[in-house]
Design a protein around this ligand. Structure first.
Ligand code: ADP
Length: 384
């Protein structure tokens, strides 16, 4: 099929920042795009060819949108899966597949999938309701501490809580959930795998998340991860195994723990471009967004090596500021070497809202890390 400067239409469910960055690549290739998002102010609006406003969880809306396009992809997982399944049956190409999304949308079925495919993951117990956990603990069927995770609709750490005693369960929603072994980990790692329809597959170098020592928030995404080569190899191989198990087409970001004993355990996956791959825009031969397009359109995959080391800092809304956003000191960080800000285009900031990110590239990863810290301490996302 001819995708370039043609009548071909690519549909994207979701119009947030991931979609917007994907659109830089569709623009580069002159591929026609249609985007569906509930918000009239979606960041994608400025770069797609057609924008439609609508509910991503509504069958009719997603189905009717899908009928307009040749290939359909997502930039957010919470979409109506029945509609995707119907579209697949009617000949629309959907990547990731409805089946993959179905497995992933629910943490309980996602974890079972890993067990079934012999993919290392932390042990867990499934519960239909949070209220059943107490009894399991009292009867010795479950040991404290553990990590409570809502099976559905968690995002960016909401829907996850470490439970050290039974009182910690107070106030949690009474929903389907899992109780997962608390993993003492050295590092949180991520590997992005790209796979096209022909089965060509490539993985990106391992990325490491560095956490704030007190706030327990990811501060820096660092590529390549500062880990031993043998661990990196193990992580990349496990990520490839996961992609293969899903028979995945497109990008699959595989988040993993490196345990104290250097075991690699898969935490969760995202079947789309991912926060842990933003640095690739500046630091890799092929950005994750271009790679996602190549994969879902069954084109040859691009080289995944780093040209230089890359570090990513998320720009989130500062606490106590809500309203029209200002990026304070952005000129100061732009004076620093190898620093590029990305502003997603959300007009309103709120505490902890993801508003943009900054990439720092440098031949030397230590220098990159020092500059990243300066960036972090200089720019502030505040309101007027
Ligand atoms: P979300 O889907 O909201 O991103 P995750 O499952 O990735 O939720 O969990 C969020 C964070 O909680 C992880 O990045 C990690 O720091 C911590 N976490 C999750 N599971 C465990 C676990 N089993 N043991 C220890 N920490 C965990």
């Amino acid at each position: 099929m001819n995708y370039f400067s043609s009548n071909f239409k690519l549909g994207i469910l979701g119009g947030g920042q991931l979609g917007k960055m994907l659109l830089y690549s569709t623009r580069k290739f002159d591929i026609y795009t249609c985007v569906l998002d509930p918000s009239e102010q979606a960041p994608c609006k400025i770069a797609c060819n057609e924008f439609r406003q609508g509910d991503l969880m509504d069958f009719e809306t997603v189905y009717n949108f899908g009928k307009l396009v040749d290939v359909l992809t997502i930039e957010i997982e919470n979409v109506n899966i029945d509609a995707l399944e119907t579209l697949e049956r009617e000949g629309v190409k959907v990547f990731p597949s409805s089946r993959t999304l179905q497995t992933i949308q629910n943490k309980s079925t996602q974890k079972l999938f890993y067990k079934d495919h012999d993919i290392p993951t932390a042990n867990f117990t499934r519960f239909a309701y949070t209220s059943e956990i107490k009894e399991a603990v009292n009867h010795g069927g479950l040991n404290l501490p553990f990590v409570w995770k809502a099976a559905q609709f968690g995002y960016d750490g909401y829907g996850v809580k470490i439970i050290r005693n039974l009182e910690d369960l107070t106030g949690l929603p009474n929903v389907e959930c899992i109780a997962e072994e608390l993993v003492p980990f050295k590092n949180e790692l991520s590997v992005i795998v790209a796979r096209n329809l022909d089965g060509e597959v490539k993985s990106y170098p391992v990325v490491e998340m560095e956490f704030h020592p007190e706030a327990n928030q990811v501060e820096y995404v660092i590529c390549p991860a500062r880990i031993e080569e043998s661990i990196a190899k193990k992580a990349r191989n496990i990520a490839l195994k996961v992609s293969d198990a899903f028979n995945h087409v497109g990008l699959l970001a595989v988040e993993m723990f490196q345990t104290e004993e250097d075991k690699i355990l898969v935490n969760e996956v995202a079947p789309r471009p991912h926060n842990s791959g933003h640095h690739t825009i500046e630091s890799s031969y092929t950005s994750q967004f271009e790679q996602h397009l190549r994969a879902i359109l069954n084109l040859p995959l691009g080289k995944t090596d780093n040209k230089v080391a890359g570090i990513m800092v998320n720009l989130v809304g500062a606490e106590n500021y809500t309203g029209n956003v200002i990026y304070e000191n952005i000129e100061h960080i732009m004076k620093m070497e190898g620093v590029t800000p990305h502003i997603y285009g959300k007009k309103e900031t709120r505490p902890f809202r993801k508003m943009g990110h900054v990439t720092i590239v440098n031949e030397n990863i230590k220098e990159a890390r020092q500059i990243a810290e300066k960036v972090k301490n200089t720019i502030k996302v505040i309101s007027e």
